[in-house]
Design a protein around this ligand. Structure first.
Ligand SMILES: [Zn+2]
Length: 317
């Protein structure tokens, strides 16, 4: 058998979530240098061989609800200054190869829309292809997981957002969304959806994790869960790669092997599992799956193939 690093090198790797943009911007860290701080930058992305990296624009609490759009544009402007290759359509997806490194722009927090569909359309024109509808609080679209007692789902505006995202060709991200909101999106969206960076409640009961019922529904919707690397969601303070693998295997059992990916949450999490300290360590995840007798085809799916299939169904021509 080829060794695991060759196998990793020859496949397409997709990471469904990181907060690197904000970390770089706020801490004046260069994307082009191999930093000691943080988890991801250009040299480390190449070492981890990530072919498509979702880049989230996370909106900090002090910009909510006022100033969220302006802050989004500020971080977007910074992203554009890096001159990276942005993936926005099916043609770009087809051009992905094991040596290319593209980026998908996402917004983490529907506050950025400030209640307007016109803003959504303009953000689409600026390259945004995914929106995490809420963070943990309530916004004009829906309630986040932090509003557990309210039992609120999608608002009327939220319903309009789902329809417009479907029409434009944007990936709806339900990570951080309240459970009633999740079910509203499942019944309303015409396209597959993603929970880009969550884990499984059955293994660790945390509001950010998805129940087996939610995993099953996500699979039936042809969607995807990107397993988050945060030990606080994995349910083990001294988590190792095997804890990530356990969540991947559980999600594969309930959502299906075609509906699991990775959403590292690099640069958005304070701690990381031992052995997955930063983006350079991703080949170790490939190794861990192969060591557990995963077929190579299935490793390809989880490390990137599944996210590519979902985007193939969602993104515009
Ligand atoms: Zn998040």
């Amino acid at each position: 058998m080829e060794n695991y690093s060759d196998i990793h090198k020859n496949m397409l790797v997709v990471d469904g979530h990181c907060d690197t943009l904000l970390d770089l911007y706020n801490n004046n860290r260069s994307f082009w240098e191999h930093n000691k701080a943080g988890h991801l930058d250009w040299p480390r992305l190449k070492l981890g061989k990530i072919n498509l990296q979702f880049m989230a624009i996370y909106i900090e609490p002090q910009y909510k609800p006022f100033g969220a759009l302006c802050r989004t544009l500020e971080i977007l402007d910074y992203y554009h200054s890096l001159n990276l290759t942005t993936l926005t359509n099916k043609e770009h997806l087809n051009s992905l190869n094991p040596n290319s490194h593209l980026f998908l722009l996402a917004i983490e927090g529907g506050e950025a829309l400030e209640g307007k569909l016109s803003t959504l359309r303009v953000l689409f024109k600026l390259g945004i292809r995914s929106i995490t509808l809420t963070w943990n609080q309530r916004n004009k679209i829906a309630d986040g997981v932090g509003e557990k007692e309210s039992r609120g789902g999608l608002t009327n505006f939220g319903r309009e957002v789902i329809k417009e995202m479907n029409r434009l060709g944007m990936l709806i991200d339900v990570s951080h969304l309240s459970e009633p909101g999740f079910w509203d999106v499942i019944s309303l969206s015409k396209a597959p959806i993603a929970a880009t960076h969550s884990c499984c409640s059955a293994l660790y009961d945390h509001p950010r994790n998805l129940t087996d019922k939610q995993l099953k529904a996500l699979g039936e919707k042809q969607g995807i869960i990107g397993i988050n690397f945060f030990p606080g969601f994995l349910g083990n303070k001294s988590a190792k790669i095997d804890d990530v693998v356990a969540h991947i295997e559980h999600a594969a059992e309930y959502a299906g092997l075609d509906h699991v990916g990775i959403g590292s949450d690099f640069d958005g999490i304070e701690t990381t599992p031992e052995g997955l300290e930063d983006a350079t360590m991703l080949p170790k995840l490939t190794e861990a799956l192969l060591k557990r007798n995963w077929q190579e085809d299935n490793v390809h799916k989880v490390l990137g193939g599944n996210f590519i299939r979902v985007l193939q169904e969602v993104l515009p021509e």
